[in-house]
Unconditional design. Structure first.
Length: 317
């Protein structure tokens, strides 16, 4: 068993209690950050399975964060001292950072990540993110935070969960595994590169496929302001690199003008700066025996350009 299995079992119990308290007494639940303790070795902990009963789970809200391009990072690969299965090793991992000061968003992120405690995905099986995480509602403990809706940032329940799906996606493809269904946000994300994000919502799911050899085990950890996903399974001989390539820059359209009665003595105010959109793709490079063996475009995406929005006082000249 992985040395951190006991920590993760306690993590799931902890978040279940927090979610129940949040539903019953929202004002009484403090903000928090989960930090793993030192590695703990135990005799046995049964992993989760994608075949577990998720009948009470549905879909959730699309998350997001105001963009400022900075990518996540894969962590160094190290074989664990003990593993989920006797033939399992740490195949890949990926981390993204988040602002712990954004209480609602960081809370939602940690709550969603707690569903992945050495989750087993058998060979040939599919992992539905919405099927595992379930509905993101206030009744289930999720809080209000910024989400993307129709290309705009608004406040909604479950903001931040898309960072969990994105981090999982990046760890998954770095294990050499496939995605059956993945979709980009309408706007660039701050926590990953273009064409490396994975949005989820009540109508959008991320579906991953274990097309490797043998089962894999998915584990998530929130430590301070860092979210990490680790994929355990059969050791692979291939090595992968991923590269985002921009195909085109999309210029914003003309600014949006909105007239208002007054602006505290000003004649106008820019409330939203213009931002470029992008057409991009994600390229996977596969190396065998140290030699580049394959280049493959995994996906192509389009991110909206955002026009400037200007408020103009009606009494201005």
């Amino acid at each position: 068993m992985p040395p951190r299995a006991h920590n993760n079992r306690m993590k799931k119990i902890f978040f279940a209690v927090i979610a129940a308290c949040a539903a019953l007494f929202p004002s009484a639940v403090p903000t928090f950050g989960y930090a793993a303790a030192e590695d703990v070795r135990i005799e046995a902990v049964a992993p989760q399975s994608v075949g577990s009963d998720n009948a009470d789970r549905a879909y959730g809200e699309e998350g997001g964060r105001i963009p400022s391009q900075s990518g996540g990072r894969p962590l160094p690969i190290e074989e664990p001292a003990s593993s989920v299965h006797k033939n399992s090793v740490l195949v890949s991992s990926f981390s993204t950072s988040f602002n712990r000061g954004a209480d609602g968003r960081s809370y939602n992120l940690a709550l969603a990540a707690s569903n992945f405690c050495f989750l087993e995905v058998g060979e040939g099986e599919k992992l539905s993110f919405n099927g595992i995480v379930g509905m993101r509602t206030e009744a289930r403990g999720y809080r209000r935070a910024k989400v993307i809706e129709n290309g705009e940032y608004v406040v909604g329940v479950g903001g931040g969960v898309c960072q969990v799906s994105t981090t999982l996606y990046n760890a998954w493809i770095r294990a050499g595994l496939s995605a059956e269904s993945v979709r980009a946000h309408s706007l660039p994300s701050s926590y990953c590169e273009l064409s490396q994000d994975a949005t989820v919502s009540d109508v959008i799911d991320m579906v991953l496929v274990n097309d490797g050899n043998g089962p894999v085990y998915v584990d998530a950890e929130v430590d301070g302001g860092t979210l990490t996903f680790r994929i355990y399974g059969t050791k692979r001989s291939d090595r992968y690199e991923f590269r985002t390539e921009i195909e085109a820059v999309i210029a914003p359209t003309e600014e949006l003008i909105e007239f208002v009665p007054a602006l505290d003595g000003k004649d106008h105010e820019v409330v939203r700066a213009a931002k470029n959109g992008y057409r991009s793709h994600l390229l996977r490079l596969t190396y065998r025996d140290g030699v580049l063996a394959e280049k493959k475009i995994l996906r192509r995406d389009v991110y909206r350009a955002v026009p400037a929005k200007i408020l103009v006082a009606e009494n201005s000249d």
